[in-house]
Design a protein around this ligand. Sequence first.
Ligand code: HEM
Length: 530
Amino acid sequence: MAAEPQAAMVQVGSPGLISATEVLVAAAAFCVLLLLTQSRRQRVPKGLRSPPGPRRLPLLGNLLELRKDPHLVLTQMSRKYGDVMEVTIGSRPVVVLSGLETIKQALVRQAEDFMGRPDLPSFKYVSDGLSLTFSNEWGDAWKARRKLAQNALKIFSIAASPTASSTCLLEEHVSSEASYLVTKFLQVMEEKQSFNPNRYLMVSVANVICAICFGKRYDHDDQELLSVVNMSNEFGDVLASGNPSDFIPLLRYLPNRTMAAFKDVNTRFNAFIQKIVQNHYTTFDKDNIRDVTDSLIGHCQEKKRGEDVRVQSSDESIIAMVSDLFGAGFDTVSTTLSWCLMYAALYPHIQKRIQAELDQTIGQERRPRLSDRGTLPYTEAFILEVFRHSSFLPFTIPHSATKDTVLNGYYIPKNTCVFVNQWQVNHDERLWKDPSSFKPERFLNAAGTDINRTESDKVVIFGLGKRRCIGESIGRWEVFLFLTTILQQLEVSIAPGQQVDSTPQYGLTMKYKQCECFQMKKRFPTKSSA
Ligand code: HEM
């Protein structure tokens, strides 16, 4: 017997079901959308093509396919459609870039064309739309603000310390936080059989960026700081590439708990930063610039007196810049370190090799220094492999085309949203032998004595080009110093009988499922902590 046609299910006029008018309106809306999509496609200039991509459903586009682990799904699709492909999320076309060479072509060689940010609704909530990172602004004023933030950050982190020229402020902050962290881990181990180190990692790393930006540190039990660092997951869920609420306009008008929670998180986060910045304004002394916040306030006041209106920064934009640096500065570094500890625990033989290198090069008489970088090739190779294998930032923050442009022969109209798949590059079989295996030695030269720079340059985790992370050096240095300080003193393992699930959970930064399953043990009896 033939199946009943779908339309027969619609009981015209009966209460609670779809009325004939509604069916007609829906059909009309569908046709308009279809026409809009068609007209978009017809706008491709003669001789050019739109990027290829999978078939899409009306209204939803490819949303259903991208619901879970979009970085993996898009990697799979790129094998079929190539390094420049187009998917549709809701009704919005998104160009997805894969392949190291294609990504370099877009973000480095055609940097101006691809340096924009899309006007996604969630991005507008961050710092009330003034964020350096998420606002869809990239003109001269924005470039000047990015430079300003970069300079302030450099002066209060990696530039030589004014008190001790052989070191820098970052080294001072990280060394003391890392030593405190080791003591804290050991204290917790005295009370528990096993524990979750990530809470302590997050506070220690947050304290480093707090010291740089605000000139202050918090206690590990400080409730205010804990509530702020705990917001990072809520940020990461909404700001991750492909969040449906950003792409389906209808969802914005429905009661939407994720977006409501996101607004609330932003309000609380802004209030935290605003309070600190206000306090800096009250105690500001132009002859004693204490930290990044002071430096930005000083610049703002100077510009108000000066005539260079083009790069003037408002007080609100200062709060936004500080929020960006603080937000970007702790979640990324603490997530890297939490992956480092997970890999060290999962691969004890690799951990032992790092410790042998540390013992041989540094010994136990002194703590690791930044100047030890370059003398610890295996440790450096391990960190590179953690970046590559976890690819915990699977996509950069979404980009957008700043003008109509052409990439690899494909036409990409102005304002197209662009996803850059870092995970794909770091697992591309064309670039890596056995990409799913965790093997730090892939980054060593044949003699095992140095990093093979050709290999290390293929890892993409900080983005590339004009939007490349402005905290890259700080991030790399912090990870090195925290990790070496921890592994020099402690043996990290998974408690016997405990199950760990190290599957990354999709987000702006991917984390593994938190567990109270780590054990740490002192490697040597206490010696000097010089
Ligand atoms: C391991 C540590 C880190 C990683 C893996 C990382 C990675 C990234 C990535 C992938 C982006 C986006 C690039 C793009 O959209 O193309 C980014 C942007 C950014 N990062 Fe980082 N980051 C790290 C640490 C830091 C630190 C420590 C800071 C500040 C202290 C920082 C500040 C920023 C800022 C302000 C942006 C926005 C740049 C822009 O939009 O122009 N990051 N980072």
